[in-house]
Design a binder for this molecule. Structure first.
Ligand SMILES: [Zn+2]
Length: 210
């Protein structure tokens, strides 16, 4: 068994959603400067890097991140590799080789090449789910979806796809780096920070598999 870290590294250079503040990490106490210890502070959007969306992100007064079920965030997951699609539609999913009863589904797309290449420009043409794909996943009782860019929904079309998924209680993981994993079955551990009353949180995500 191997452990794959599918988490983006958070750095001051991290790509952020257009309009979000860049990541800021400052050392507020420094041994070099004569302090007894090193201490840092960070400021960033809760949707920076690899992160989880809770229902409250698009459903006002929805469940916030500290109340997400760990039973969904930990368990068997399937990585589906879709190298040649620009939008993940229902028909793409119907034609794809998804094992029956898959409850956690992670999409590896050409988006992951951006992480492998160290591309520092935000891409607006990233691969994401269409509305009919989101509806199909809910119908199939998928309970967690993950994508390898910063939104599960196409750029400038965030509301319907997020709303369909979050209304159905589907946990959404965004910003996965799946460049080093192949299509197949894994055990996933995705643990968002336990922030109270917040609509999303950065997470460490790993996959364990062969
Ligand atoms: Zn998000």
């Amino acid at each position: 068994m191997r452990t794959y870290d599918v988490t983006l590294t958070i750095t001051p250079d991290s790509i952020v959603w257009p309009g979000d503040q860049p990541v800021n990490i400052v050392r507020t106490s420094s041994i070099t400067a004569g302090d007894t210890s090193n201490v840092s502070e960070i400021s960033m959007s809760c949707h920076t890097g690899t992160h989880v969306d809770a229902p409250d992100h698009f459903l006002n007064n929805g469940i916030t991140v500290e109340d997400l079920s760990l039973d969904l965030l930990v368990g068997r997951a399937y990585v589906l590799y879709l190298p040649d699609v620009s939008v993940i539609t229902a028909s793409v999913l119907i034609d794809a080789d998804i094992p029956p009863r898959t409850r956690r589904l992670l999409f590896k797309t050409r988006n992951s090449e951006n992480w492998a290449n160290g591309n520092r420009e935000f891409q607006t043409d990233f691969v994401a789910l269409s509305v009919d794909a989101a509806e199909l996943l809910v119908d199939r009782n998928v309970k967690l979806v993950g994508i390898d860019y910063l939104s599960i929904a196409p750029y400038n079309m965030g509301v319907p796809v997020h709303t369909i998924l979050l209304t159905a209680g589907v946990v959404v993981i965004e910003g996965l780096d799946l460049s080093k994993v192949s299509q197949g079955r894994y055990t996933m551990h995705c643990l968002p920070m336990k922030l109270v009353g917040v609509e999303g949180a950065p997470a460490r995500a790993i996959l364990v598999g062969v």
